[in-house]
Design a protein around this ligand. Structure first.
Ligand code: GRG
Length: 290
């Protein structure tokens, strides 16, 4: 599984490097590249490819769309680390983008990565029909905005140092982290022009994968060392973050994540052996240490 993830990360990075190379140069490019590579597991691209196997979508198309997703993800990490958000100085084992380039450059590099994601989706490099591109742009903007990542981040910050119910924490985590995974899972169904019920089915699987991913991320913050994780750990409890671990406790959070994993596997049962890659990725998500 690790080799496949490395392959996907390399292919996604190659796509991004050649996409950037074809553009005119600007002063922001260094900060944008710094937050895209090296580092970053590119796990969202991997999920996209695993889901693509279920509906038999071409690899190169999925790599290009994964590259767009990774631009949004990199943008969200740059902004997440800013002093006005989580104020983190270390990311992927190196200084956060605003530490390296200054706050204003980091904000602008983040904004530019957001728009680059949409440039990729509508570019001629992506060999799919225009109507599908519009549907992808619509879905990705929905997942990134106030009903998705940005809205989830708002909730995350506003929940600090408050007693928050399980359902509200789940809502926050599904928006903040799950929505980008929902997009990845919906992509193959959008490309294959499936109906809205089927797209919703895949989005729901993505939301659960995102929830699983966020619980694993919180477990890393809880138990791992900063050196291994490549970012500061132990900060959730210091900041009074509302997480499923702070609410349920360590062991119950693990039990809950296994329940979600079982639900995802159950949902994918009809795809038989074709869902094996995804199952291995889920195991990786739960056992990873960074
Ligand atoms: C609207 C895109 C957008 C952003 C503005 C700052 C913000 C609002 C949202 C932050 C969302 C966020 C940082 C969610 C956390 C998700 C998460 C667990 C990130 C870690 O992802 P990994 O482990 O990181 O995949 P790597 O380093 O492997 O890429």
């Amino acid at each position: 599984m690790k080799n496949k993830l490395i392959q996907v990360a390399n292919d996604t990075n190659s796509f991004l490097k050649s996409f950037i190379k074809k553009q005119k140069k600007s002063e922001l490019i260094s900060a944008m590249q710094y937050s895209l590579f090296p580092g970053g597991k590119k796990i969202r691209s991997k999920i996209l490819l695993d889901m693509g196997v279920l509906l038999k979508v071409e690899y190169n198309i999925l790599i290009a769309i994964g590259a767009a997703v990774e631009c949004i993800h990199a943008y969200s990490l740059i902004h997440d680390d800013l002093p006005c958000m989580d104020n983190d100085k270390l990311r992927r084992g190196k200084p956060s983008t605003h530490i390296k380039f200054g706050e204003s450059t980091a904000v602008l590099a983040g904004n530019s990565l957001l728009t680059m994601a949409f440039e990729i989706l509508i570019s001629s490099n992506l060999k799919i029909n225009e109507k599908i591109k519009v549907d992808l742009v619509k879905k990705l903007s929905e997942c990134s905005g106030h009903l998705g990542i940005a809205g989830g981040q708002y909730l995350d910050l506003s929940f600090e140092k408050k007693k928050i119910s399980k359902n509200r924490i789940i809502e926050m985590e599904i928006k903040k982290t799950g929505k980008l995974f929902s997009f990845c899972c919906a992509v193959p169904a959008i490309i294959k022009r499936k109906n809205s019920k089927s797209i919703k089915f895949f989005e729901n699987i993505g939301a659960n994968i995102g929830l699983l991913f966020q619980i694993a991320d919180d477990l890393i913050d809880f138990k791992s060392s900063s050196i291994v994780a490549g970012k500061k750990t132990g900060k959730d409890s210091k900041k009074g973050k509302a997480t499923l671990i702070s609410l349920l406790g360590y062991n119950n959070a693990i039990k809950y994540s296994n329940k979600i994993k079982f639900k995802i596997i159950n949902d994918l049962e009809k795809y038989g052996l074709n869902s094996n890659n995804l199952k291995k990725t889920l195991d990786y998500i739960l056992t990873r240490n960074k």
